[in-house]
Design a protein around this ligand. Structure first.
Ligand code: SF4
Length: 363
């Protein structure tokens, strides 16, 4: 028996490419998708996958697949889903039809993460998104009617033409849909994206912090728990799959450009489709030394309110962090960036906002 309980599957196809996108994605072509699913099936079979607790199918846009290929994907995953507690599909509102929702339900999917980004139709159009807020409402209504009510909504902070007023409207609109989970990411403008070529700058410093402050106030006042830097959930609806990453636990990653962590090795798959279709899946591997593992543990554990256990760090890595970094830890405690509880260092909201600085002090 192995101790890997999570599986990430990447579906790289999209019907339209968003101006800010820096993910591993490809324009959808049926022939590529047909071959891709065959390769994906082979890659899955190449691992000795045991009993899983979580499966997460992301992209790209998994719902970009046409109905028959969408069903084929779910059938490919079926052999791995027995006993899975949380089975998530990412979806875009415009391609999440009632038919697809029913297929998801029939194949055991119990959580959907919807790429909403903003509820402002003019901004959606300006960044080449293919949906409207009306379609978001329709998709969420359909999901609930079919019986999938564990729904996440992704928002992006600082899209072009956005403002604090628009963000408040976004949050108001999202709350009216009664979803269980909200993820908010600051816009990043990477080279080679259309936004970069248009000269658009990402929000930084005070502006990004002002956006986060609004999200924090609105969502926590409405009963959401801010449990990870960019994630808020109603009690009991934290993403179990993503907690695998933040707990520094191992997971399988399959599909174009996917990352995984197996047998003390972190790996990244190729982003080259022809290589992938030729069954050359893994592109690079990093053997994780005990010191690396400690570093990951600090970096990842401090992202969530589960925090970093000083006891675990001492037992597993032989590092007495409280002794070795006494001065730095005390500074963070005094500045209200961390709290110490049950031998755990837990980030406060202010701490989450400057997490990189805290991590640099501790590793
Ligand atoms: S839908 Fe997602 S993956 Fe596809 S282009 Fe847009 S941001 Fe990128």
């Amino acid at each position: 028996m192995n101790n890997i309980h999570s599986l990430y599957i990447h579906i790289p196809f999209c019907n339209k490419i968003c101006d800010y996108c820096d993910f591993t994605k490809l324009q959808y072509f049926r022939n590529f998708a047909v071959d891709y699913l065959k390769a994906l099936k082979d890659e899955l079979a190449s691992y000795n996958i045991g009993k899983l607790k979580t499966i997460y199918v992301g992209g790209g846009t998994p719902t970009a697949l046409e109905d028959d290929l969408f069903l084929e994907l779910l059938k490919i995953i079926d052999p791995y889903r027995e006993g899975v507690k949380e089975y998530t599909f990412e979806a875009n509102p415009e391609s999440l039809s009632l038919e697809k929702i029913k297929t998801l339900k029939e194949h055991g999917v119990n959580r959907v993460s919807l790429g909403v980004q903003t509820t402002n139709d003019a901004i959606l159009k300006a960044v080449n998104r293919d949906h409207s807020f009306e379609q978001v409402k329709a998709a969420i209504k359909n999901l609930k009617e079919v019986g999938i009510d564990n729904i996440n909504v992704d928002l992006i902070l600082g899209l072009p033409h956005s403002s604090e007023k628009i963000l408040k409207e976004d949050l108001h609109n999202i709350l009216s849909l009664d979803v269980k989970h909200v993820s908010c990411y600051g816009l990043t403008v990477n080279p080679h994206t259309a936004l970069f070529n248009k000269g658009f700058k990402e929000p930084e410093g005070d502006l990004l912090r002002a956006y986060y402050d609004i999200v924090e106030e609105v969502l926590t006042n409405c009963g959401f728990i801010h449990y990870e830097v960019s994630n808020w959930a109603k009690p009991g609806f934290q993403s179990e799959h993503n907690l695998t990453y933040w707990r520094n636990e191992q997971y399988y990653g399959v599909g174009l450009g996917a990352s995984g962590y197996i047998a003390e090795t972190r790996y990244k798959n190729t982003v080259n489709l022809s290589q992938y279709l030729n069954r050359v899946f893994v592109f690079e591997k990093e053997n994780v030394s005990i010191r690396d593992k400690f570093t990951y543990q600090v970096m990842l554990n401090l992202r969530t309110i589960e925090g970093l256990s000083l006891k675990v760090v001492k037992e597993e890595y032989g590092v007495d962090l409280f002794k070795d970094k006494q001065k730095e830890i005390q500074e963070c405690l005094d500045e209200g960036l961390l709290i110490l509880t049950d031998e755990k260092l837990v980030p406060t909201y202010n701490g989450m906002m400057v997490l990189d600085q805290i991590i640099l002090k501790l590793i």
